[in-house]
Design a protein around this ligand. Sequence first.
Ligand code: MOS
Length: 723
Amino acid sequence: MSVVGQPVDRVDGPLKVTGNALYVADNKVDRLAYGYLVTSTIALGTITSMHTEEAVKAPGVLAVYSPDNPLKLFAYTQNQNDENKPPLQDKEIRYHGQVIALVVAETFEQARDAASLIKTTYAAKQPTAEFDPAKATPPLSGTPEVNILAPGVPSIDAALTASEVTVTATYTTPVNHHIAMEPHATLASWTGDHLTIYTVSQGVRLVTARLATTLGVDQAKIYVHNPHVGGGFGNKWGNWAQVPVTAAAARALGRPIKTVLTREQTFTVVGHRPASSQTVSLGAKRDGTLTAIKHVGISSLSPASNFYEQVANTSLAMYASPNIHVSRKIVRLDVPPTTIMRAPGESNGSFALESALDELAEKLGMDPLEIRRKNDSPVAPNNGRRWSSKHLDECYRIGAEKFGWSRRNPVPKSVVDGDWYVGMGVGTATYSAGRGEASIKVRFQADGTVKVSGTAADLGTGQSTVFSIIAADKLGMPVSKVIPELGDSTSPAAANAGGSSSTSTNGPAVQVATDAAIQALVKFAAETPGSPFHGKETRYADESLVTEGRSMTFGALLTEMDVPAVEATATSPRVNDPVHAFRSFGATFAEVRVNRWTGEPRVSRMLCVVDAGTIINEKTARSQIVGGLIMGMGHALLEDTRLEASGRFANTNMASYLVPVNADVPPIDVHFLNYPDTKLSALGARGIGEFSIVGAAGAIAGAIHNATGKRIRELPVTLDKLL
Ligand code: MOS
């Protein structure tokens, strides 16, 4: 039986539970000095003076870098394609919590204490710090709107007017933060003009390219190492300020430096998910068939990153409708950088679309699941392409059965359990899938193990175990003898961890590289003089080389031949399919209880039925889906970064920025359909990283409406809104 699809323990599990997995901040090197970031206390304006004399004289302090004593930095890309000013080069303040100095000292405590001695004065200006949808403008770049109209239909509004039934409502979502357990950290160390850098990232290649430009050094001289990442969710895609300043300070001082962000700094030095306001209008026939979808999405945007969420995009991908309009608008705010966060655009967008669909179902007296099944799109709504593989209706059907959807009473407040109103909701999970180019190296080693290397990242997702499973399956070996090597910039270029494409991209590359390595091993055995297989017809099976009347493990052969390893590198290409559209799909069900006296909402059960192609590791895949649903719970009920009029984020700590904790998390069930998507790759795996957060907030808000009759259109749905 193949190991692919079995529940396999993480290969890095023992290292992690014994505390032996070194995350960036855990690393220590000789002569290490510590960096501490100082951040601005206004949101907009200019620094008029910085008094650093006391800090410079404080015990243990090695240097204070600031606009008055800048580091040598060149063109700086923080994230995506923005062009930013490198940190500490000028006195302009663009957001509250911007890096204005780096203190370096012999110990972390000395650096932190010295940082507190720096006195900064500012000429402050009034920032734009209110997310006012009335002030929205079209984005400076990107397509401001997409219109798909049936022949003869002049506009989306005409399509809505001609519809038998319509609903329109506006939904809002606040700023969210990623809250990865591991804070951002960087350790930089120079040997001559070669830089070794340990830094959190969703892909070490993201670091080398950007840092080379910013430091003005040859990319080949930068070595990045980051084998373990404690959560990313999009926020470790960026090359945030601590990376270039730590590297440049280490160069200037001739000492290795480690800078670790405080939790508070992870709210401002690095990016956040923008706020949104979305107005969705749906038109339908009386039988529930959609005739028009108009989704106007407004996202906040920080000039410090130029990233906004295309929140309306879900409406281009989800339900069938002859007429669809999606528009993208922005509100510029003087806030820390906006950035990608799990299912960018679509997690917020689906909350609005799913809620609007529920409102339409209610108006039509239809079951929310029925209206989704009725409008399931047989082709991609935006371009008419056939789906490579879609079994969403089966997800709805199996989910309804497993969840007991038939017990749902459409009348709010009719299901009561003691002090609690009980309701059920449903949402569609989806996210785009793809397969990029990736290269992987597979190496047979004399000790009988096999190493699989690529510049991928394991953010806690289980990617490294996926490498071992796929190679072990091809090699006929135990998973435990296949050692994954990720997060090292000297490895072949594999996919970074983003856009739910690690496994779908790297998995096929592990397959072709394993095949190539087997070929190289057989060739080595049969063609090397002195090999027991020399000149013989040889094949590989189950860790061994085999020829007529003789078999030997590769470890024994390499040992006997005194060769440390035989390896091969191979590249799997980007998918080239002009005919199909690729997406993962699923159906998410939520049961929520709302206390009739206090309004407190508690999710009591969730289920996601997943159609994401081949599942490689049932255990870590389940964990990914459960994680997405829990993040969806936070999105729906808790997470809310508050922006003060001063431009300061008010709740930059985990006491007041709430995420679900164990006590909040109910039993969560995950069911995989496991139909290989053979049009995407021979492996058949699509992505699962982001899609389970999509639809989750909609399902929860729908369940709350079913429980109480209250339709809350503003996330998070907190108890004050339910009283
Ligand atoms: Mo993801 S938001 O592409 O890390």
